[in-house]
Design a protein around this ligand. Structure first.
Ligand SMILES: [Zn+2]
Length: 244
């Protein structure tokens, strides 16, 4: 029999099973008979064992510093809101996002590829696959975001790039070269939209000043009055935004 913590609540209407950091919690309506709860847990025991095994595999390190680890239940930002990363396996891979969590579903095929490795290597392979899935997703999301927002900000700043592309940078959000080509880091999707917009405006202003001179910052301020707040947000959260 599995160990679990039972939390009863008057407000709760249905049974809920949670597995977090290797611990099982059952949330139940206040007066539901214990026999029904036990039957429910027994019924889910195969799922629970799989979940516990996955978490054992993915949560061996406890994070004291909040960095992106891509492990089960680890924090991950999306549009400026901290979400909890949930890793699952199913027939087809997918990504689902709600207010609280980002669920990365890897396919059974990916799962068997991961399980072909052992111990630490399997852990690394899992992280690699999760990260790859998230990267592709953020890239696509930023593509949607830019195709909507860039024309608006271009006309707002009256500065138009020759072209732009989306890529990964370890330690910068975007870039602008002397040919007027802009690049944006797909990790921009981790930031609140008002901070993303600051980064876009920042790069657009480089079309006029290809430096960080006083004139450049004046132009940024003119087009983005809360740019100091945006820079402060980036600084405050930098640890949680780095994908090394
Ligand atoms: Zn710059």
């Amino acid at each position: 029999m599995l160990d679990y913590q039972l939390i009863r609540s008057a407000r709760r209407k249905t049974l809920l099973l949670q597995v977090k950091q290797g611990k099982v919690t059952v949330r139940a309506p206040a007066r539901l008979p214990l026999s029904q709860i036990k039957a429910f847990v027994a019924d889910k025991s195969a799922w629970l064992k799989q979940k516990l095994a996955e978490q054992y595999l993915t949560s061996q390190q406890v994070n004291t510093v909040k960095q992106v680890t891509f492990t089960q239940n680890s924090p991950l930002f999306y549009l400026g809101v901290e979400h909890s990363l949930n890793i699952e396996f199913a027939q087809k891979s997918a990504i689902y996002i709600n207010d609280l969590s980002i669920t990365v579903v890897l396919s059974y095929r990916q799962q068997s590829n991961i399980e072909a490795f052992h111990g630490e290597a399997a852990h690394h392979e899992l992280i690699k696959q999760v990260r790859k899935k998230l990267s592709a997703f953020f890239k696509q999301q930023l593509h949607y975001y830019l195709s909507e927002k860039l024309p608006l900000l271009t006309s707002h700043c009256q500065l138009t790039p020759t072209s732009y592309k989306i890529r990964f940078y370890k330690s910068r959000w975007g870039s602008c070269n002397s040919r007027g080509e802009l690049s944006f880091n797909y990790l921009l999707m981790l930031l609140p939209s008002w901070v993303i917009d600051y980064v876009i405006i920042h790069e657009l202003c480089h079309l006029q000043h290809l430096n960080h001179s006083k004139n450049f910052w004046q132009l940024v301020e003119y087009n983005c009055s809360n740019y100091k707040r945006a820079i402060a947000w980036l600084k405050t959260h930098q640890q949680q935004l780095i994908w090394s």
